[in-house]
Design a protein around this ligand. Structure first.
Ligand SMILES: Nc1ccn([C@@H]2O[C@H](COP(=O)(O)O)[C@@H](O)[C@H]2O)c(=O)n1
Ligand SMILES: C[C@@]1(CO)OP(=O)(O)OP(=O)(O)OC[C@H]1O
Length: 166
């Protein structure tokens, strides 16, 4: 019998864009005065890692399997819309999110001032209380490609719960 809780993890990395006017979007929040990430969608690594974690919890494949990698309809897409589609797919199968713990790895910019906004936005999109979403930030102390400021990564862990569980 399938246990009433399942765990999922997701990872995503995108490089900084060459275009200095591209917005940086993380967890559905536009970070002011920051260069954005390159990608087919809005390149929101936080939303992508969260969506992959939810898909992983139910062994439903990954973002590319659901949304392709270069489909015209996802060009420049708001990734919280993709995440909402994944949340709806879970609900259709009788599952809801228990909690999300997300770590964004970025040498720059400083993100802590945007934690509350990201937590609130992600909680709204995945349909959980505010205290079920944790967003953390770390640098790599200048080590590696992230530490050289070449891009941003996000790592998400989720618990999903059978919707009929109290
Ligand atoms: N892009 C970032 C990275 C980190 N922070 C905050 O700084 C703290 C210390 O980071 P270390 O990598 O030096 O351990 C971290 O816990 C975050 O609070 C940040 O705001 N933005
Ligand atoms: C979101 C999708 C949609 O084309 O594209 P990207 O924004 O490039 O993001 P990535 O995590 O590289 O791949 C997943 C794709 O499904």
């Amino acid at each position: 019998m399938t246990p009433p809780i399942r765990i999922g993890s997701g990872v995503d990395v995108h490089p900084f864009a060459d275009d200095p006017d591209r917005p940086l979007v993380l967890g559905g929040v536009t970070i002011p005065d920051a260069v954005g990430l390159a990608g087919h969608s809005d390149a929101d690594v936080a939303a992508h890692a969260t969506a992959d974690a939810l898909l992983g919890a139910l062994a439903l494949g990954d973002l590319g399997a659901w949304f392709g990698v270069d489909r015209p309809d996802t060009a420049g897409a708001d990734s919280t819309g993709l995440l909402a589609t994944v949340v709806a797919a879970l609900a259709e199968r009788g599952w809801r999110t228990g909690n999300l713990d997300l770590t964004v790895v970025a040498q720059r910019p400083r993100l802590a001032p945007h934690r509350d906004a990201m937590q609130a936005r992600l909680a709204a999109v995945i349909g959980v209380e505010l205290d079920a979403v944790s967003v953390k930030f770390t640098t790599t102390d200048r080590l590696g490609f992230l530490g050289r400021g070449e891009g941003i990564a996000a790592y998400a862990s989720v618990l999903v719960v059978a919707a009929d569980e109290a």
